[in-house]
Design a protein around this ligand. Structure first.
Ligand SMILES: Cc1cc2nc3c(=O)[nH]c(=O)nc-3n(C[C@H](O)[C@H](O)[C@H](O)COP(=O)(O)OP(=O)(O)OC[C@H]3O[C@@H](n4cnc5c(N)ncnc54)[C@H](O)[C@@H]3O)c2cc1C
Length: 460
């Protein structure tokens, strides 16, 4: 029997897709092209995952793990010689503990499903991002996802209490801790969080839930300078006393593009920068007053040009729509490249100026849109070069404009999407040789045959 026949024997024919049928599956929501892989396996349990990994380890067969296939750096995209392991059949929410405020979930559970289930119990799962309807908890753990509420609740790493992982040789490592404090030696879960499917298959997790906040308010604020964006952040954080949940930047061209595209115009006076401010609290009227009280002096001090408060759910959705919608930018007649970087706040304006001028010098018709979770130092760019030439070559040129200045500003080539395949060549900008060597030692120890996520993050 070859490796595929053994996999069919181990987990059943109905859970393995081979041959031409592989191409009926797609590479992901950002890349709806047909998949290629030696086979796709759909394990139903941790034991199935373990059986698959034992066989693949025996055969030195490369495996790539797939959750919701919404990843931004191609880490989940399978190669023709790989077995793709899709975790969609492991999607159960096994338990919600309303007293301990935890959820025990299988890795293939969709983020939005967990969010909804928590709200049904009067609780909330705070991680939130634009791909919420597709991405999975396992994928969120593997990429250490961030999103729009990191400023208040932290990244995925902060939400995970316990993990179950299957190692490259099929060993099941169960570390399903459910308490917040547990200092009993090395906290092994952190090895796997953010490891992008290169150290083990996350199969189950215990995550923290928080009390659901019954009141939420959203404001859209316009400002003229980046200094003002940062000054308003500090004053809002102080004035809102713990209620600030999101502080999301949009460049003027992004705001104009999307408000035109969506046919909404919430604000009369514009600025060079726009920020969505979201607060969450427990008393709607009181919280709204508090937000107004914070914004009014900022306006009087000339720190903000204009501000509007959403007065209905429809207005909330319109404001978030302008921030989150990517349809207008991605349907234009140019290749587009998406970026996710971190920069210390004090260098953000200089870095931003550097990238924008680099793009305009190299691509005279180019457009550089900037949005970002600016409250935690994270910027996203969407660059459209509007230039002729090979797409891969254009991508490289734009990459250089975005990544090279990061070394000077002590930034990171990846804030929250990970490295995957797309950013591998640029990793030395953000990591030194000693760090890279230790990462490779860990990889070699946990996956000596280099079968899990081979060629993702780094080569060795
Ligand atoms: C519209 C949109 C908005 C987005 N916004 C954000 C954002 O604000 N913040 C953010 O952080 N990301 C964002 N993303 C990116 C993406 O949603 C996240 O990276 C997400 O965490 C990926 O989850 P997934 O289940 O889709 O993983 P996949 O894309 O399937 O996989 C991603 C990586 O994780 C590995 N992996 C997946 N599941 C497992 C597992 N169970 N065990 C081990 N490894 C695994 C894969 O091998 C791959 O390397 C956005 C994406 C879209 C499409």
């Amino acid at each position: 029997m070859d490796v595929v026949a053994q996999l069919i024997d181990a987990i059943g024919e109905q859970n393995v897709v081979t041959g031409a049928q592989v191409t009926e599956h797609f590479n992901g929501i950002l890349d709806p092209t047909p998949m290629c892989a030696r086979a796709i396996v759909f394990p139903r349990s941790t034991d199935d995952v373990s059986a698959v990994m034992k066989i693949c380890y025996e055969w030195s067969q490369p495996v790539v793990i797939q959750g919701g296939k919404s990843g931004g750096v191609q880490g989940h995209v399978s190669k023709p010689d790989e077995i793709a392991m899709d975790l969609k059949k492991m999607s159960a929410i096994e338990e919600i503990d309303t007293v301990g405020r935890t959820a025990t979930v299988q890795a293939g559970c969709i983020l939005e499903t967990l969010q909804d289930a928590a709200v049904d119990k009067g609780l909330m799962f705070p991680l939130d991002l634009g791909g919420r309807g597709s991405c999975t908890i396992g994928g969120n753990i593997a990429t250490n996802a961030g999103g729009e509420r990191v400023i208040r609740y932290g990244m995925m790493r902060e939400q995970v209490l316990g993990l179950e992982v299957v190692l490259a040789d099929g060993t099941i490592l169960s570390s399903m801790n459910s308490v917040i404090k547990n200092n009993t030696g090395y906290d092994l879960k952190h090895l796997f969080i953010g490891s992008e499917g290169t150290l083990g298959v996350v199969t189950r997790a215990v995550v923290r839930l928080r009390q659901n906040m019954p009141s939420s308010n959203v404001a859209l604020v316009a400002m003229d300078s980046f200094d003002q964006v940062l000054a308003v952040l500090q004053q809002a954080d102080t004035g809102l006393a713990g209620q600030l949940t999101a502080y999301e930047l949009m460049s003027q061209n992004w705001y104009e593009l999307n408000s035109r595209h969506l046919g909404v115009s919430p604000m009369e006076n514009g600025g060079n920068y726009y920020v969505v401010i979201e607060t969450q609290g427990s008393e709607s009227e009181h919280d709204l007053e508090k937000l107004e009280k914070v914004l009014m002096p900022l306006y009087e001090q000339g720190l903000i040009v204009d501000a509007v408060l959403a007065k209905s759910q429809k207005e909330v959705e319109q404001i978030w729509g302008i921030r989150e919608s990517v349809e207008a930018a991605t349907s234009m007649d140019s290749p587009y490249f998406i970026y996710d970087v971190s920069v210390p706040m004090k260098h953000m304006e200089a870095y931003l100026g550097n990238v924008e001028s680099g793009i305009h010098e190299n691509f005279p018709r180019g457009q550089c849109y900037c949005v970002g979770h600016v409250g935690d130092g994270n910027l996203h760019f969407l660059v459209l070069p509007f230039a002729a030439g090979d797409k891969a070559e254009l991508h490289k040129q734009v990459n250089n404009q975005v990544y090279q200045p990061l070394a000077e500003f002590a930034g990171s080539i990846s804030a929250e999407h990970g490295v995957g395949i797309e950013k591998k060549a640029y990793l030395p900008i953000s990591r030194n040789e000693t760090e890279l060597q230790l990462m490779k030692t860990l990889k070699k120890t946990l996956d000596p045959k280099n079968i899990l996520g081979r060629g993702r993050i780094f080569d060795y």
